[in-house]
Write a protein that binds this ligand. Structure first.
Ligand code: ZN
Length: 147
């Protein structure tokens, strides 16, 4: 099986059966995302413990790319702290925007998004969940300060 087909199957699988989809018990940060170019809408819920994402879920409706991207992102960030999430996002961003970027090993399944860069219009579909995540993380910082 070609890598391209494998990537497509990962995207289709996450679109059909999104992981961490639905309400979250006791979220303490959340944000809404909207991509008007495609019509993707996303609500992201986080349960943060200090600097770490203890649990995460999302709801909403969008195209296959946006749904699969959000699903894979929730799997990738669960249990990670802000610094690790920031590094992961910059790797995803390079993957989506740099023509020859080879997927960094720590991207894992997120490497499946590399095919999206052949369709510049869809890059925003794939990054919507990450921008929404950043908004949720910032909201938390601005409202709660224990340090
Ligand atoms: Zn979309």
């Amino acid at each position: 099986m070609e890598l391209k087909d494998l990537y497509r199957d990962v995207i289709l699988d996450h679109n059909r059966q999104p992981r961490n989809f639905g309400p979250l018990e006791g979220p303490n940060a959340q944000a809404e995302g909207h991509n008007p170019l495609c019509g993707d809408r996303l609500s992201l819920f986080l349960r943060l413990s200090g600097d770490r994402v203890e649990d995460v879920s999302f709801e909403g409706s969008g195209c296959a790319i946006s749904t699969a991207s959000a699903s894979m992102m929730t799997e990738a960030i669960k249990g990670k702290d802000r610094a690790m999430i920031g590094r992961l996002f910059s790797k995803v961003h390079s993957l989506l925007t740099q023509a020859d970027a080879a997927p960094a090993p720590e991207l894992g399944k997120l490497a499946a998004l590399s095919g999206v860069r052949e369709f510049p219009m869809r890059v925003k579909c794939a990054t919507l969940c990450w921008h929404t995540l950043n908004a949720a993380l910032e909201q938390k910082t601005s409202t709660v300060s224990t340090e």
